[in-house]
Design a protein around this ligand. Structure first.
Ligand code: FAD
Length: 294
Protein backbone atom coordinates (compact mmCIF):
# COMPACT_ATOMS: atom_id res chain seq x y z
CA UNK A 1 0.00 0.00 0.00
CA UNK A 2 2.79 2.42 0.89
CA UNK A 3 4.98 1.72 -2.14
CA UNK A 4 5.37 4.53 -4.64
CA UNK A 5 4.50 3.93 -8.28
CA UNK A 6 7.29 4.32 -10.81
CA UNK A 7 8.01 7.83 -12.05
CA UNK A 8 10.79 9.78 -13.75
CA UNK A 9 12.66 12.01 -11.31
CA UNK A 10 14.14 15.39 -12.22
CA UNK A 11 16.21 17.60 -9.90
CA UNK A 12 16.83 20.93 -11.64
CA UNK A 13 19.51 23.16 -10.12
CA UNK A 14 18.50 26.48 -11.67
CA UNK A 15 15.28 28.47 -12.05
CA UNK A 16 15.59 28.28 -15.82
CA UNK A 17 15.93 24.46 -15.79
CA UNK A 18 12.98 24.12 -13.40
CA UNK A 19 10.70 26.31 -15.51
CA UNK A 20 11.79 24.54 -18.71
CA UNK A 21 10.94 21.15 -17.18
CA UNK A 22 7.62 22.45 -15.84
CA UNK A 23 6.73 23.70 -19.33
CA UNK A 24 7.85 20.51 -21.11
CA UNK A 25 6.15 18.06 -18.74
CA UNK A 26 3.03 20.15 -17.92
CA UNK A 27 0.26 18.13 -16.30
CA UNK A 28 2.36 14.95 -16.57
CA UNK A 29 4.55 16.19 -13.69
CA UNK A 30 4.16 17.08 -10.03
CA UNK A 31 6.32 19.68 -8.33
CA UNK A 32 8.09 18.38 -5.20
CA UNK A 33 9.40 20.83 -2.58
CA UNK A 34 9.66 19.35 0.94
CA UNK A 35 7.46 16.37 0.06
CA UNK A 36 5.63 16.33 3.42
CA UNK A 37 2.24 16.46 1.68
CA UNK A 38 3.06 15.18 -1.82
CA UNK A 39 4.86 11.97 -0.87
CA UNK A 40 2.03 10.98 1.48
CA UNK A 41 -0.52 11.56 -1.27
CA UNK A 42 1.54 9.48 -3.69
CA UNK A 43 2.12 6.66 -1.20
CA UNK A 44 -1.56 6.53 -0.29
CA UNK A 45 -2.41 6.52 -4.02
CA UNK A 46 -4.56 9.61 -3.65
CA UNK A 47 -2.72 10.90 -6.73
CA UNK A 48 -0.35 9.45 -9.31
CA UNK A 49 2.24 11.02 -11.57
CA UNK A 50 4.58 10.02 -14.36
CA UNK A 51 7.21 12.61 -13.42
CA UNK A 52 8.45 14.44 -10.36
CA UNK A 53 10.29 17.76 -10.55
CA UNK A 54 12.14 18.29 -7.28
CA UNK A 55 12.67 22.05 -7.02
CA UNK A 56 14.20 22.00 -3.54
CA UNK A 57 17.74 22.29 -4.93
CA UNK A 58 17.07 25.54 -6.80
CA UNK A 59 18.83 28.29 -4.80
CA UNK A 60 16.88 31.07 -6.57
CA UNK A 61 13.68 29.69 -4.96
CA UNK A 62 15.08 29.83 -1.41
CA UNK A 63 15.96 32.41 1.20
CA UNK A 64 14.59 35.28 3.25
CA UNK A 65 15.24 38.94 2.53
CA UNK A 66 13.84 41.12 5.31
CA UNK A 67 15.51 44.52 5.57
CA UNK A 68 14.24 47.44 7.64
CA UNK A 69 11.68 49.48 5.71
CA UNK A 70 11.56 47.07 2.78
CA UNK A 71 8.99 44.44 3.71
CA UNK A 72 10.15 40.90 3.03
CA UNK A 73 10.67 38.50 0.17
CA UNK A 74 10.58 34.80 1.04
CA UNK A 75 11.53 32.16 -1.52
CA UNK A 76 8.84 29.50 -2.01
CA UNK A 77 11.29 26.69 -1.17
CA UNK A 78 12.36 28.30 2.10
CA UNK A 79 11.99 25.76 4.87
CA UNK A 80 9.30 26.38 7.47
CA UNK A 81 11.99 26.02 10.19
CA UNK A 82 14.00 28.87 8.61
CA UNK A 83 10.92 31.08 8.82
CA UNK A 84 10.29 30.01 12.40
CA UNK A 85 13.85 30.89 13.45
CA UNK A 86 14.36 34.09 11.43
CA UNK A 87 14.82 36.91 13.97
CA UNK A 88 14.04 39.52 11.30
CA UNK A 89 10.72 37.87 10.41
CA UNK A 90 9.82 37.35 14.06
CA UNK A 91 10.23 41.07 14.73
CA UNK A 92 8.21 42.32 11.77
CA UNK A 93 5.77 39.48 11.16
CA UNK A 94 5.24 37.61 14.45
CA UNK A 95 1.95 36.23 13.07
CA UNK A 96 3.78 34.34 10.30
CA UNK A 97 6.72 33.38 12.46
CA UNK A 98 4.50 31.91 15.18
CA UNK A 99 2.30 30.07 12.66
CA UNK A 100 5.41 28.52 11.06
CA UNK A 101 6.59 27.28 14.46
CA UNK A 102 3.27 25.51 15.06
CA UNK A 103 3.37 23.34 11.92
CA UNK A 104 3.79 19.65 12.70
CA UNK A 105 6.93 18.69 14.63
CA UNK A 106 10.59 19.68 14.15
CA UNK A 107 11.17 16.98 11.51
CA UNK A 108 8.25 18.22 9.41
CA UNK A 109 9.28 21.87 9.79
CA UNK A 110 12.81 21.12 8.68
CA UNK A 111 11.54 19.56 5.42
CA UNK A 112 8.32 21.46 4.66
CA UNK A 113 8.38 24.71 2.69
CA UNK A 114 6.31 27.89 2.71
CA UNK A 115 5.38 27.37 -0.95
CA UNK A 116 4.22 23.82 -0.28
CA UNK A 117 1.94 24.97 2.55
CA UNK A 118 0.03 27.31 0.21
CA UNK A 119 0.21 25.11 -2.90
CA UNK A 120 -1.24 22.12 -1.04
CA UNK A 121 -4.17 24.48 -0.38
CA UNK A 122 -5.61 22.73 2.65
CA UNK A 123 -8.31 24.80 4.40
CA UNK A 124 -6.58 23.98 7.73
CA UNK A 125 -3.09 25.06 6.61
CA UNK A 126 -1.20 27.20 9.06
CA UNK A 127 0.48 29.93 6.98
CA UNK A 128 -2.15 31.18 4.46
CA UNK A 129 -4.15 33.02 7.16
CA UNK A 130 -1.21 35.08 8.46
CA UNK A 131 0.10 35.61 4.92
CA UNK A 132 -3.30 36.98 3.95
CA UNK A 133 -3.59 39.21 7.04
CA UNK A 134 -0.15 40.60 6.19
CA UNK A 135 -1.10 41.35 2.57
CA UNK A 136 1.26 38.80 0.97
CA UNK A 137 1.54 38.49 -2.79
CA UNK A 138 2.34 35.12 -4.37
CA UNK A 139 4.76 35.29 -7.31
CA UNK A 140 4.01 32.59 -9.88
CA UNK A 141 6.61 31.94 -12.56
CA UNK A 142 6.62 30.10 -15.87
CA UNK A 143 8.62 30.20 -19.12
CA UNK A 144 6.28 33.03 -20.22
CA UNK A 145 7.20 35.25 -17.24
CA UNK A 146 6.00 36.09 -13.75
CA UNK A 147 2.54 36.98 -12.45
CA UNK A 148 1.54 38.20 -9.02
CA UNK A 149 -1.56 37.10 -7.13
CA UNK A 150 -2.69 38.06 -3.60
CA UNK A 151 -2.61 34.94 -1.41
CA UNK A 152 -6.38 35.02 -0.84
CA UNK A 153 -6.95 34.87 -4.61
CA UNK A 154 -4.29 32.18 -5.04
CA UNK A 155 -6.18 29.58 -2.96
CA UNK A 156 -9.54 28.66 -4.50
CA UNK A 157 -10.69 25.88 -2.20
CA UNK A 158 -9.74 22.53 -0.69
CA UNK A 159 -6.60 21.48 -2.65
CA UNK A 160 -7.44 23.92 -5.42
CA UNK A 161 -5.45 26.98 -6.45
CA UNK A 162 -4.87 29.14 -9.49
CA UNK A 163 -1.66 27.40 -10.64
CA UNK A 164 -1.84 26.51 -14.33
CA UNK A 165 0.23 23.91 -16.21
CA UNK A 166 3.91 24.80 -16.31
CA UNK A 167 3.69 27.26 -13.41
CA UNK A 168 5.73 27.22 -10.20
CA UNK A 169 5.33 29.44 -7.14
CA UNK A 170 8.73 31.07 -6.74
CA UNK A 171 8.34 33.60 -3.91
CA UNK A 172 6.11 35.50 -1.51
CA UNK A 173 6.34 39.29 -1.19
CA UNK A 174 5.20 40.89 2.08
CA UNK A 175 4.67 44.65 2.45
CA UNK A 176 6.42 46.56 5.22
CA UNK A 177 4.13 46.70 8.28
CA UNK A 178 2.49 50.10 8.77
CA UNK A 179 3.66 52.32 11.65
CA UNK A 180 1.64 51.78 14.85
CA UNK A 181 0.57 48.31 13.76
CA UNK A 182 0.73 44.79 15.16
CA UNK A 183 0.03 41.36 13.72
CA UNK A 184 -0.82 38.22 15.66
CA UNK A 185 -1.79 34.56 15.00
CA UNK A 186 -3.59 32.00 17.14
CA UNK A 187 -5.10 28.57 16.63
CA UNK A 188 -6.83 25.81 18.49
CA UNK A 189 -6.40 22.14 17.67
CA UNK A 190 -7.41 18.99 19.42
CA UNK A 191 -4.13 18.41 21.22
CA UNK A 192 -0.85 20.17 21.78
CA UNK A 193 1.45 18.45 19.29
CA UNK A 194 1.23 17.36 15.64
CA UNK A 195 -2.44 18.24 15.38
CA UNK A 196 -4.18 19.91 12.46
CA UNK A 197 -5.97 23.11 13.38
CA UNK A 198 -9.68 23.06 14.21
CA UNK A 199 -9.62 26.84 13.63
CA UNK A 200 -6.81 29.29 13.06
CA UNK A 201 -6.89 33.06 12.82
CA UNK A 202 -4.58 35.97 12.05
CA UNK A 203 -5.07 39.67 12.56
CA UNK A 204 -3.20 42.75 11.39
CA UNK A 205 -4.28 45.92 13.18
CA UNK A 206 -3.14 49.51 12.48
CA UNK A 207 -3.76 52.50 14.78
CA UNK A 208 -4.07 56.19 13.97
CA UNK A 209 -1.34 58.59 15.18
CA UNK A 210 -3.25 59.07 18.44
CA UNK A 211 -2.19 55.51 19.28
CA UNK A 212 -5.76 54.46 20.20
CA UNK A 213 -8.15 54.76 17.24
CA UNK A 214 -8.24 51.82 14.84
CA UNK A 215 -7.19 52.96 11.35
CA UNK A 216 -7.21 49.60 9.55
CA UNK A 217 -7.75 45.96 10.45
CA UNK A 218 -7.64 42.67 8.56
CA UNK A 219 -8.84 39.53 10.31
CA UNK A 220 -8.49 36.22 8.47
CA UNK A 221 -9.93 32.88 9.60
CA UNK A 222 -8.63 29.45 8.61
CA UNK A 223 -10.38 26.07 8.71
CA UNK A 224 -13.88 27.60 8.76
CA UNK A 225 -14.30 27.86 4.97
CA UNK A 226 -12.73 26.04 1.99
CA UNK A 227 -10.12 28.84 1.79
CA UNK A 228 -8.87 31.61 4.08
CA UNK A 229 -11.87 33.73 5.01
CA UNK A 230 -11.33 37.49 5.31
CA UNK A 231 -13.80 39.15 7.63
CA UNK A 232 -15.66 42.00 5.95
CA UNK A 233 -17.67 42.96 9.02
CA UNK A 234 -14.79 43.43 11.46
CA UNK A 235 -13.30 46.45 9.64
CA UNK A 236 -16.81 47.91 9.27
CA UNK A 237 -17.34 47.52 13.02
CA UNK A 238 -13.96 48.65 14.32
CA UNK A 239 -12.39 51.24 12.04
CA UNK A 240 -12.53 54.73 13.56
CA UNK A 241 -13.12 53.36 17.07
CA UNK A 242 -11.10 52.74 20.22
CA UNK A 243 -11.27 49.11 21.28
CA UNK A 244 -13.20 48.32 24.47
CA UNK A 245 -14.78 45.19 25.97
CA UNK A 246 -18.15 45.85 24.39
CA UNK A 247 -16.62 46.15 20.91
CA UNK A 248 -14.58 43.00 21.47
CA UNK A 249 -17.80 41.10 22.23
CA UNK A 250 -19.53 42.53 19.16
CA UNK A 251 -16.49 41.62 17.05
CA UNK A 252 -16.58 38.03 18.35
CA UNK A 253 -20.24 37.82 17.34
CA UNK A 254 -19.74 39.21 13.84
CA UNK A 255 -16.76 36.93 13.18
CA UNK A 256 -18.93 33.98 14.27
CA UNK A 257 -21.67 35.10 11.92
CA UNK A 258 -19.26 35.13 8.96
CA UNK A 259 -17.55 31.77 9.62
CA UNK A 260 -18.96 28.83 7.67
CA UNK A 261 -17.39 25.83 9.41
CA UNK A 262 -18.19 22.21 8.71
CA UNK A 263 -18.28 19.22 11.03
CA UNK A 264 -15.46 16.74 10.38
CA UNK A 265 -13.12 14.38 12.25
CA UNK A 266 -11.29 17.29 13.88
CA UNK A 267 -14.22 19.27 15.29
CA UNK A 268 -17.92 19.96 15.02
CA UNK A 269 -19.15 23.08 13.26
CA UNK A 270 -20.62 24.24 16.58
CA UNK A 271 -17.30 23.92 18.41
CA UNK A 272 -15.49 25.70 15.58
CA UNK A 273 -17.95 28.60 15.81
CA UNK A 274 -17.23 28.89 19.56
CA UNK A 275 -13.50 28.85 18.87
CA UNK A 276 -13.89 31.65 16.30
CA UNK A 277 -15.36 33.86 19.04
CA UNK A 278 -12.61 32.92 21.51
CA UNK A 279 -9.78 33.56 19.04
CA UNK A 280 -11.33 36.86 17.89
CA UNK A 281 -11.48 38.15 21.47
CA UNK A 282 -7.94 36.99 22.22
CA UNK A 283 -6.32 38.30 19.05
CA UNK A 284 -8.05 41.68 19.05
CA UNK A 285 -6.96 42.36 22.63
CA UNK A 286 -3.40 41.16 21.99
CA UNK A 287 -2.95 43.02 18.70
CA UNK A 288 -4.51 46.24 20.06
CA UNK A 289 -2.23 46.23 23.11
CA UNK A 290 0.83 45.50 20.95
CA UNK A 291 -0.04 48.22 18.41
CA UNK A 292 -0.35 50.77 21.23
CA UNK A 293 3.22 49.89 22.24
CA UNK A 294 4.56 49.96 18.64
C1 FAD B 1 3.16 14.76 10.40
C2 FAD B 1 2.72 15.98 9.63
C3 FAD B 1 2.21 17.06 10.34
C4 FAD B 1 1.79 18.20 9.65
N1 FAD B 1 1.29 19.25 10.38
C5 FAD B 1 0.89 20.37 9.73
C6 FAD B 1 0.38 21.49 10.48
O1 FAD B 1 0.31 21.46 11.71
N2 FAD B 1 -0.03 22.58 9.77
C7 FAD B 1 0.04 22.63 8.41
O2 FAD B 1 -0.32 23.66 7.83
N3 FAD B 1 0.51 21.59 7.69
C8 FAD B 1 0.93 20.47 8.30
N4 FAD B 1 1.40 19.40 7.58
C9 FAD B 1 1.38 19.46 6.10
C10 FAD B 1 2.68 19.89 5.41
O3 FAD B 1 3.82 19.65 6.21
C11 FAD B 1 2.68 21.37 5.00
O4 FAD B 1 1.55 21.65 4.21
C12 FAD B 1 3.94 21.76 4.25
O5 FAD B 1 4.13 23.16 4.31
C13 FAD B 1 3.97 21.32 2.79
O6 FAD B 1 5.19 21.79 2.24
P1 FAD B 1 6.12 20.82 1.38
O7 FAD B 1 7.27 21.63 0.94
O8 FAD B 1 6.44 19.58 2.11
O9 FAD B 1 5.14 20.51 0.16
P2 FAD B 1 5.16 19.28 -0.85
O10 FAD B 1 4.65 18.06 -0.20
O11 FAD B 1 6.47 19.18 -1.54
O12 FAD B 1 4.08 19.82 -1.90
C14 FAD B 1 2.72 20.03 -1.53
C15 FAD B 1 1.91 20.40 -2.78
O13 FAD B 1 2.30 21.67 -3.27
C16 FAD B 1 2.87 21.59 -4.59
N5 FAD B 1 4.03 22.50 -4.56
C17 FAD B 1 4.97 22.58 -3.57
N6 FAD B 1 5.77 23.63 -3.78
C18 FAD B 1 5.35 24.20 -4.94
C19 FAD B 1 5.79 25.34 -5.67
N7 FAD B 1 6.81 26.10 -5.24
N8 FAD B 1 5.14 25.66 -6.80
C20 FAD B 1 4.09 24.90 -7.22
N9 FAD B 1 3.62 23.83 -6.57
C21 FAD B 1 4.25 23.48 -5.44
C22 FAD B 1 3.22 20.11 -4.79
O14 FAD B 1 3.15 19.75 -6.15
C23 FAD B 1 2.13 19.46 -3.94
O15 FAD B 1 0.92 19.41 -4.68
C24 FAD B 1 1.86 18.25 8.23
C25 FAD B 1 2.41 17.16 7.52
C26 FAD B 1 2.82 16.04 8.21
C27 FAD B 1 3.39 14.88 7.42
Amino acid sequence: MYILNNFEYFAPETRSEALELAKKLGSKAKILAGGTDLIIQLKEKMITTENIINISGVDEFKGISCEPGKGAVIGACTKIADIEYSEALRKKYPALSFAAGEIGGPQVRSMATLGGNSCHSSPAAETPSPLSALGAIVVISSKSGDREVPIEEFILGNRKNVLAEGEIVTKFVLPEPAPKSANRYAYIGLRNAMEIDAVNMAVNLVLENDGETIKAIKLVMGSVFPRPLISEKIPALLIGKKLNDELVEQAAEVAQSEAKPITDVRASAEYRRDVVATLTRRLLKEAYAAAKEA
